[in-house]
Write a protein that binds this ligand. Sequence first.
Ligand code: GLA
Length: 395
Amino acid sequence: MEIESLKSMFVKYYGEGSVRAFCGPARVNLIGEHTDHQGGYVLPAAISLRSMCLLRERDDGIIRLRASDIDTTVEAHISDLSKYKTIGWGAYQIGVAYVMQQKGYSVTGMDVLFDETVPHGSGLSSSAAIEVAMATAIATLSHEKISTPVDYVEIALIAQEAENQYVGMNCGIMDQFASSMGQKDSAIFLRCSDLIYRYVPVRFDQYGYRLVLCNTKKPRSLIESAYNQRRKECDEAYKSLEKALDIKCLADVTPQQFEDNKSIIANPVALKRARHVVYENARTISACELLERDDLVAFGRLMNESHESLRKDFEVTGIELDAMVDACKSQEGVIGARMTGAGFGGCAIALVETRHSDALIANAGEIYRKKTGYSPEFYYADITDGAGERRIEST
Ligand code: GLA
């Protein structure tokens, strides 16, 4: 929905008065999948799909939350924000308020309306977008009271903490960092062990290519437990390798070190997980260099390799994502395709010559539908700036 319509909806629910709007974008990860939780490199970008949080403070300590597309109101009180973990919709927002309160932010009562353009469960980080929009709103209002600037890296960390501690998904920092720190027409080359990053211009358009988001529409279930299990297997590999190598995280291991020492990882599953992390991390470093040189054909080859590794070694793709990637790769003009995000369903991305992009969507969509029975959706998304306040024109 447009921001002005959202304002009208807000006023309808909560009454006349001033309203502010804060945006948390979704993200796409170009490469560097399942490396963030091992301290490795990632290359995500914020995109034009987003979560929007409209908000007005209240003075009675009650937080009232609504969504533009669900007809219920969730209520919480700031005197005990710890007890809303299992409320379903609203837990991300209350979790963020809870974490911020613990950190000393001024968390007041508030009326809040959320609106999403990110499809849920699509692997584009709808949850991080919600968390970051909420954290940006609270941080902006809180900092205004003491005239200090908002720290967007801290917003990413708060949002991640809410997801880890409150919602129970042991995710890395990539999604929240991309959502809060994104920059228009750039990807973020981020090392997750210490949050050192730089922006890398993405010039797909100038070179005649387009990034297509391909939503498998496969419902993702039990993703938290499968994700947390992968992390445990990586930890196991790390604990074995750390006995022989001077490393602080699994992503510190180079491919050569891995090949020389892999025999000390006793569990074959942990070994496969580690192989993915080590080689994906190396691919991400190379991919960043290729993107900086605009060598998009070589970049696309690394996207393909990334998907294969996620399929065979990390085992997070599944029939639908594989079918989508295969369908895309069979189309004219496609130079790379891979899943993006946690996997187990959700979205793939394809890098395709612009002149073939509409045909890709029609043909790959049909092949995929025949093979899986799901009706996919495709999006072109612009790479945008990260989180922040958005102006509401007075109506
Ligand atoms: C999810 C998590 C991220 C990251 C990706 C996989 O999106 O939230 O932290 O681990 O999966 O790369």
